[in-house]
Design a protein around this ligand. Structure first.
Ligand code: PKZ
Length: 131
């Protein structure tokens, strides 16, 4: 799993208990999965279709640095299946994991559209292929 994005827990990210608000971390995960899928599948019209059960394993507190990791489990025809884990950057303790997230690419009519991708690609290789 590659950890792409780091976040710093700020006062506005806390729940009344003084720990990381679950809704905030889910927003970060959704955005991270959308961006990752848009880049992999090369289609900005990519939406979240499904998320499996969400397991909040540990909390985080103000000032903690966390990181968001994504792994591709499967390339489908119109979908990509991801796994996501958020962990404390310094202690590596797991905060939340979602075992199955399905993102779907759409056509101009909002219908699932085949993306033609079968493996993880890196932007630097795409750029090298063009030069
Ligand atoms: C110009 C723009 C610039 C953008 C710059 C970047 C901005 C970056 C900001 C990001 C910001 C955050 C953005 C987040 C993204 C949202 O939050 S999107 C909003 C929330 N999601 C939605 O509104 C989607 C609503 N759902 C739908 O519209 C329809 O269900 C869909 C997605 C079109 C799918 O239609 P459907 O008829 O259910 O499709 P169906 O053919 O049955 O399934 C499609 C695929 O999903 C799979 N699938 C469906 N259900 C399941 C399931 N339960 N389990 C497993 N697989 C499933 C199917 O197996 C199929 O996969 P393939 O075999 O083709 O690979």
């Amino acid at each position: 799993m590659r950890f792409h994005t780091r976040k710093w827990i700020k006062p506005q990210d806390l729940n009344p208990n003084g720990t990381l608000f679950g809704g905030r971390v889910l927003e970060w995960i959704d955005e991270e999965c959308a961006l990752y899928s848009i880049i992999q599948l090369e289609n900005p019209k990519t939406v979240t279709k499904y998320m499996s059960e969400i397991n909040f394993q540990n909390s985080a507190k103000k000032g903690d640095i966390i990181e968001i990791g994504i792994e591709v489990l499967k390339f489908g025809t119109t979908s990509i299946q991801l796994r996501c884990e958020v962990r404390n950057k310094m202690t590596r303790s797991s905060i939340i994991s979602i075992e199955k997230i399905i993102m779907v690419t759409l056509d101009e009519n909002g219908k699932p559209k085949p993306h033609g991708k079968t493996k993880v690609e890196f932007v630097k290789d795409r750029l090298n292929d063009k030069s």
